[in-house]
Ligand binder design. Structure first.
Ligand code: NDP
Ligand code: 2IT
Length: 451
């Protein structure tokens, strides 16, 4: 095929939209990657001829299944579960499981697509996948959660395996849920393997896996600042979310001498002008993980803090921003407010929290902007290290793992520079991450021929 015959960007996106009608999150994620990849492959005949981008943007397979369970009152409840296996060119499918009422096939396809590039960026041999269910864990008893997890795994188990597909946690799925699912997998298959990551330390889990995503997002922020001769010390940070990623991001900001000002949940955000301390973060962890409470309670507990119902924290003056809740939580106007208020760097702890307009605002303003597939890769990276430890049937020390996480985040930062350094002191981290992640997967696919 001659280069001039190649489908152009608009033609490619028209096809993606047509084939994925009513899947806006998936189309958005593909567009964000395709915007950069089209330039990169313009003169690369192999990638065109072999239709590599077209193939990566078509999941290897999508499994959808019924999950029925019995609530505490004896009612039969029915949910829909999925596993999306996007691409296993460089390793077994790998990616989290999300339990949230907003989960749809589109959401999981976007997450599995993003995961493919993220996992490639870590330098570890992991393909991309994602799964979940439109189950709402809020207000459910522990027994209801257990029965749901068991029912979910009773179907999922046939699609996964330590060398096939290795799920982990995501929104609504933490150590407790992984424990229930691992127990059911073991019961059904009679095998004790590293089929899930994020496990408890007693049964093959890795140290620092719970901390890794939030810590990694702050290490990435620190790498961006260091490249400019700056640091986190003394800087204020606005953080959204109050779950696993958000609380550990806040913790690392505090450890590095910064000042987190906000946290949020779907009810609104709290603003603490005095800054969150380790003690206050521990209180939030307990509130969320044990009491299963709402972030609004923070303002009742800590003097000087205010709760802003129904709002997001992006209008609060800050030096740094870390969106750590969910997709499309930071829109064009929010990005403009952050830039206008003096924010110099954004590191995405969540997956695709900034919508396309917001991404373009950050790029146009040339502030430091780390997309989720680079910034939040620390979690899946330590999951990859958990897989290695399980294969070796041993456990590494906390010091070893902390160092490996730091090294992996620095490695991702370096990979972003390879294709994202635009000269004049500006790094386009979106472009750098997209191209570096794509190239590794694409080159493996070229080696396999048409499969
Ligand atoms: P958690 O379930 O621990 O916490 C999620 C947080 O985000 C909660 O505060 C929740 O508030 C808030 N949130 C979720 N959905 C919405 C919504 N629709 N609107 C407003 N707030 C919302 O999840 P994690 O911390 O694990 O995940 C957060 C993000 O980080 C997700 O995008 C996830 O994909 C990403 N991520 C997670 C990794 C991990 O290792 N866990 C790894 C890499 C990325 P509420 O309680 O009110 O729902
Ligand atoms: O989005 C993500 O990278 C995760 N939820 C973690 C996936 C994993 O396999 O640890």
């Amino acid at each position: 095929m001659a280069v001039s015959d190649h489908v152009d960007f608009n033609g490619f996106m028209d096809g993606v939209k047509r084939r994925n009608a009513y899947q806006p999150e998936f189309v958005q994620a593909v567009q964000e990657v395709a915007e950069d990849i089209f330039d990169f492959i313009a003169d690369k005949e192999d990638y065109h001829e072999q239709q590599i981008l077209r193939r990566i943007a078509e999941p290897d397979r999508v499994m959808s299944f019924r999950v029925c369970w019995e609530d505490d009152k004896g009612n039969i409840r029915v949910q829909r579960g999925w596993r999306v296996q996007n691409n296993n060119a460089i390793g077994p499918y790998k990616g989290g499981i999300r339990f949230h009422p907003s989960v749809t096939e589109s959401v999981l396809k976007f997450l599995a697509f993003e995961q493919t590039f993220k996992n490639a960026l870590t330098g570890l041999p992991m393909g991309g996948g994602k799964g979940g269910a439109n189950f709402n864990p809020k207000g459910k008893s522990e027994r209801e959660i257990m029965r749901f997890c068991q029912s979910f795994m009773t179907e999922l188990y046939r699609h996964i395996g330590a060398d096939v597909d290795v799920p982990a946690g995501d929104i609504g799925v933490g150590g407790r849920e992984i424990g229930f699912m691992f127990g059911q997998y073991k019961r059904i298959t009679n095998q004790f393997t590293g089929v899930l990551t994020g496990k408890g330390l007693e049964f093959g889990g890795s140290l620092i896996r719970p901390e890794a995503t939030g810590y990694g997002a702050v290490y990435f922020m620190s790498n961006m600042l260091t490249a400019k001769g700056d640091s986190i010390e003394g800087k204020s940070a606005v953080i959204s979310g109050s779950g696993n990623v958000a609380t550990h991001a806040a913790e690392k900001i505090v450890q590095l001498g910064g000042k987190p000002l906000t946290m949020s949940d779907s009810g609104g955000f709290i603003h603490d002008p005095d800054g969150l301390t380790q003690e206050k973060i521990n209180w939030i962890k307990q509130l969320k993980n044990e009491r299963r409470g709402r972030i609004s309670e923070y303002a009742d507990e800590f003097k000087g803090a205010t709760f802003h119902e129904g709002n997001t924290p992006w209008n609060v003056d800050c030096d740094l921003a870390l969106p750590c809740a969910t997709q499309n939580e930071l829109l064009g106007d929010d990005a403009r407010a952050l830039v206008a208020n003096g924010c110099i760097a954004v590191s995405e702890g969540a997956n695709m929290p900034s919508d396309l307009e917001a991404v373009h605002v950050f790029k146009d303003a040339k502030i430091m902007f780390a997309p989720g597939k680079a910034a939040n890769a620390g979690g899946v990276a330590v999951s990859g290290l958990e897989m290695s430890q399980n294969s070796e049937r041993r456990s590494w020390s906390e010091d070893e793992l902390q160092q490996m996480l730091k090294d992996i985040m620095s490695g991702i930062h370096e990979r972003c520079l390879t294709y994202g350094d635009m000269g004049g002191g500006y790094v386009d981290y979106v472009k750098g991450a997209n191209i570096a992640g794509f190239k590794k997967v694409a080159d493996a696919m070229l080696a396999f021929g048409v499969v």
